[in-house]
Design a binder for this molecule. Structure first.
Ligand SMILES: N[C@@H](CCC(=O)N[C@@H](CS)C(=O)NCC(=O)O)C(=O)O
Length: 206
């Protein structure tokens, strides 16, 4: 979404959890990794900072230093609340979609992290999703009053949050949001943004 907002053409390369060798040149084992000419950047936040610094004449991802600082808060809220909240609902679905060679690694690493089996983690998700939706109240109240987290048009703060919902939509049929929710309508606007870039990605629902 950040690359699309900057109007930059890109090629995306599918990647699997255990394919660490393919990204070893980045000096670590997580995606996303951006290769931009001679620059190799990993971590979404660092990628956004790079794009903003390298392409300042293109539409801004942060809207200046104040926006960047506020987006940092959004990034931390997404890391601390939204991603873990969604993960507890969909971890088993992620596992079930993985290539056979990745399943054992995923199960072992996530079960060690949570101290439970994948099955135990998602067992109470029908009640867990009700609690998860309550934690989204600050986002819901914001999007009830304005079209995007960043205001009248989307920016990186939106993509930080949207990424979590796009992840869920791509990997799990479980509805993490209610259909009648300002957050669902905002998600729909972002699925349509940039000629429907995100909406064209395979997903279980719109
Ligand atoms: N805060 C980082 C998170 C990066 C991250 O955790 N990536 C996961 C995506 S599932 C990953 O590559 N995991 C590899 C693994 O678990 O081995 C970012 O936003 O870039």
């Amino acid at each position: 979404m950040a690359l699309a907002q900057k109007g930059l053409a890109f090629e995306s390369i599918p990647w699997r959890f255990t394919d660490k060798a393919a990204i070893a040149f980045s000096g670590q084992g997580n995606v996303p990794v951006l290769v931009d000419g001679d620059d190799v950047i990993h971590d979404s936040w660092e990628i956004a900072r790079h794009l903003e610094a390298a392409y300042p004449e293109r539409p801004s991802l942060f809207g200046g230093p104040v926006g960047r600082a506020l987006s940092r808060f959004v990034a931390n809220w997404v890391d601390a609340v939204v991603h873990p909240g969604i993960a507890r609902l969909i971890l088993l679905d992620i596992h079930d979609h993985l290539a056979e060679g990745d399943k054992a690694y995923f199960r072992q690493s996530r079960e060690a992290r949570y101290g439970k089996t994948l099955e135990q983690i998602v067992a109470d998700r029908d009640s867990g999703v009700v609690e998860f939706r309550k934690t989204l109240s600050p986002l819901r109240r914001t999007l009830d009053r304005q079209s995007y987290v960043a205001g009248e048009s989307p920016a990186f703060a939106d993509y930080l949050v949207f990424g979590a919902f796009q992840w869920a939509r791509a990997i799990s049929p479980f509805p993490v949001l209610d259909t009648d929710d300002p957050i669902t309508r905002w998600r729909g606007r972002l699925l349509d943004a940039f000629d429907g870039l995100a909406g064209k990605a395979p997903g279980y629902y719109r």
